[in-house]
Design a protein around this ligand. Structure first.
Ligand SMILES: Cc1cc2nc3c(=O)[nH]c(=O)nc-3n(C[C@H](O)[C@H](O)[C@H](O)COP(=O)(O)O)c2cc1C
Length: 321
């Protein structure tokens, strides 16, 4: 997710579970080819399994980027066929490619002929006036024939003009049944469902029908939702889970990153929404956001945790009294 799932955020999410799959923000092929490739692709190996999401529609450029990504150790190439932004549309990639299934299939096929890692597609159920019942099936048929390894379907349409990307994640209705139907029709292709999924009971319900679930905003809003993912979804006990230990692990990482030039705000950003659901969430947020970043080092993360814990304890005492 652009502006959120940077390498620091992903490092942190990996500390919650070794079983989940992480995705980068979308990176356009031109940015990768003509920009600072190394800094765009740099990540911590502990983030694996990690997919690189690419934005593009030129099979040659996509293939070139995929070869580079494979050499960096990424575990999957994911093509973004779901972003409706004007900038992305003007570059002829993202959701507008939903009505160019042959081109998407060509991209998948060419990339697959040059890399060994899985090549997947993230798409919508349709765009604009398309009839998803017809067009989505046609689209999926083309890309499965091209050998796509898995498809992540954001279960709502995208409108390419008239509404903002934000509204495009809220206004078009979610049609989960269509995604389930796709799974039935294309049973040998792994299908992952996305859109509006916020709880473990939702996730478990979907997993009865499809192969995987992708979470977006729920994790941004409340990253600690992942504290239970191993136990709830992967059947692995996490009785030893301790948020303080996790923060200490992140702190070690943050010190290293800071010493190589990463700014404090960039290191603090991924933890700001921790404790979202607790009575002292405000204390945590305020501590992290109202400090003069020039005057602190990463150790401030743990200091903030102590302040938060004290505030929480005193809240508990007050409400128990
Ligand atoms: C701020 C923001 C940035 C996003 N960036 C991307 C992106 O880079 N690539 C992508 O495939 N989807 C992106 N999305 C869409 C999400 O991945 C997801 O498909 C969408 O939010 C619906 O899922 P959710 O309801 O679980 O959030 C973004 C969403 C948000 C809110």
């Amino acid at each position: 997710m652009m502006e959120y799932t940077d390498r620091h955020f992903r490092f942190l999410m990996r500390l919650f579970s070794s079983n989940i799959r992480l995705y980068t923000e979308m990176i356009s092929v031109d940015a990768l080819i003509y920009g600072d490739t190394k800094s765009l692709l740099n990540y911590n190996l502990s983030e694996n399994p990690l997919a690189l999401q690419l934005g593009g529609s030129d099979p040659e450029k996509l293939t070139q980027c995929s070869i580079i990504a494979e050499s960096y150790g990424y575990n999957e190439i994911n093509l973004n066929i779901g972003c409706p932004s004007v900038r992305v549309k003007s570059g002829n990639f993202g959701a507008c490619l939903m009505d160019q299934p042959r081109l998407v299939a060509k991209c998948v096929k060419e990339i697959k002929s040059k890399v060994k890692i899985p090549v997947t597609v993230k798409c919508r159920i349709g765009i604009d006036n398309q009839d998803p019942e017809i067009e989505l099936k046609k689209f999926i048929k083309h890309i499965t024939e091209a050998g796509v390894d898995a498809i992540i379907i954001h279960a709502r349409k995208a409108f390419l003009s008239g509404i903002s990307p934000k509204k495009n994640r809220e206004v078009p209705p979610l049609i989960y049944d269509l995604v389930y139907e796709i799974k039935e029709l294309f049973s040998s292709t792994p299908i992952v469902i996305n859109g509006g999924i916020t709880s473990y009971s939702d996730i478990k319900g979907h997993l009865n029908k499809v192969d995987g679930v992708m979470l977006g905003r729920a994790i941004i809003q409340d990253p600690m939702l992942l504290a239970n993912v191993d136990e709830e979804i992967f059947g692995v006990s996490n009785h030893d889970f301790d948020i303080r230990v996790l923060l200490e692990q992140y702190l070690d990482y943050a010190y290293l990153q800071h010493s190589s030039g990463v700014s404090i705000p960039n290191l603090i950003r991924p933890i700001i929404n921790f404790f979202y659901n607790t009575p002292s969430a405000k204390v945590w947020r305020k501590n992290l956001t109202s400090v003069n970043y020039k005057e602190v080092n990463p150790g401030y993360i743990l200091e903030s945790y102590e302040t938060y814990s004290e505030a929480l304890q005193s809240h508990i005492k007050k409400t128990a009294a």
